[in-house]
Design a protein around this ligand. Structure first.
Ligand code: TYM
Length: 331
């Protein structure tokens, strides 16, 4: 990896079966960025225990997700792709940065507000402090850019504030990261309620396409997707169901909204929804095939994430040591 390349960091939580939203909002972009940037990606499993997990299922999900990311095109030779809990620097810097994050700042995080409504019986300190850990993830690698979906922008802004605050007290330490939010795909909405994001935890199974859904299930979900009361495939930028479907289709086919409108001129929503479903199937089925190969070769996966752990440690320990020295700790 050449040093002149800018550094990218991003992560996904192994908190459930990942969705088409995660794929289009994050992973697909990561794959494309690998050639032009120094890329560091993580499975953010420390974040996931802010919600109670079944140990067996959680353990299995981590390795399955690791395999799925390789199947999506994350190349362990080009990128460092590691598992967060295996790299001790994250929890360590996470604690330190909590001491540089204000209670008021964390209280304003919309994700905290949403999740604490969803898990009223377990509003734990980790759920509240989670953005400081996310800041640590990013700042440990001095990332220039952080490719995320729109829902993570607020956490990114907080990361920048924490970094600026620390730099202000101790002198230049952290690179101030920029969010990298793609123009399309940054906010894939639920197929049943376009005002909500497509989410792993949606109770309505038709709302969300999962990466491992069968072809006929995907086609059915798109057939049932809500649209609007017009009958013209036209992007209106009003967060309607049809805007969402155009976004998904253009993200997958790399066509602009205007090109999509032209392609479906004179055709109805039925034809369009069928085409979107088919495009998604054509994108996901080869990934599912590759996933089967990777997951049946666990030794290879373990080899990849152990190598990535060493690479991640080498970079992040330098940052952590610099931070600790500046604060006054003994190394
Ligand atoms: P997570 O696991 O909820 O989501 C992973 C990525 O997927 C994006 N995403 C979406 N994009 C478009 N449409 C959707 N419907 C949609 N749903 C999810 C998210 O924006 C995200 O980019 N806290 C993070 C994980 C994390 C992280 C980090 C990210 C931990 N440390 C450091 C960046 C940098 C999270 O819970 O993402």
């Amino acid at each position: 990896m050449s040093n002149s390349k800018k550094t990218i960091f991003s992560a996904v939580q192994p908190s459930g079966e990942i969705t088409l939203g995660n794929y289009l909002g994050a992973i697909k972009n990561w794959v494309n960025l690998q050639n032009d940037y120094k890329c560091i990606f993580a499975l953010a499993d420390l974040h996931t225990i802010t919600v109670r997990q079944n140990p067996k299922e959680f353990n299995r999900r981590i390795i399955e997700l690791y395999a799925l990311f390789l199947a999506c095109g994350i190349d362990p030779q080009k990128s460092i792709f590691f598992i967060q809990s295996q790299v001790h620097t994250h929890a360590n810097l996470g604690w330190i940065l909590q001491c540089y994050t204000q209670f008021g700042e964390l209280s304003r995080m919309t994700q905290f507000k949403d999740k604490s409504k969803k898990h009223v019986d377990n509003i734990n300190a980790g759920l509240f402090c989670y953005p400081s850990l996310m800041a640590a993830d990013i700042l440990l690698y001095n990332a220039d850019l952080v490719p995320v979906g729109a829902d993570q922008k607020q956490h990114l802004e907080l990361t920048r504030n924490i970094a600026e605050r620390f730099n202000g007290i101790y002198g230049d330490t952290f690179v101030i990261p920029e969010p990298y939010v793609a123009k399309i795909g940054a906010k894939v909405a639920s197929l049943q309620d376009p005002t909500k994001k497509m989410s792993k935890s949606d109770k309505n199974s038709n709302a969300c396409v999962r990466m491992m859904d069968d072809a006929d299930v995907i086609i059915k979900k798109f057939k049932r997707a809500v649209t609007d009361s017009n009958n013209e495939v036209k992007f209106r930028n009003e967060n309607t169901g049809i805007d969402n479907l155009i976004g998904i289709y253009s993200c997958i086919t790399s066509k602009s909204a205007e090109e999509v409108e032209k392609e479906f001129e004179g055709k109805g929503y039925g034809d369009f929804k069928k085409a979107v479903g088919e495009a998604v199937v054509n994108e996901l089925i080869p990934i599912q095939e590759r996933f089967k190969d990777y997951i049946s070769n666990e030794d290879y996966l373990v080899k990849c994430f152990r190598k990535a752990r060493e690479e991640a440690l080498e970079i992040s320990e330098k940052t952590l040591n610099e931070v600790k020295t500046k604060i006054g700790f003994y190394l």
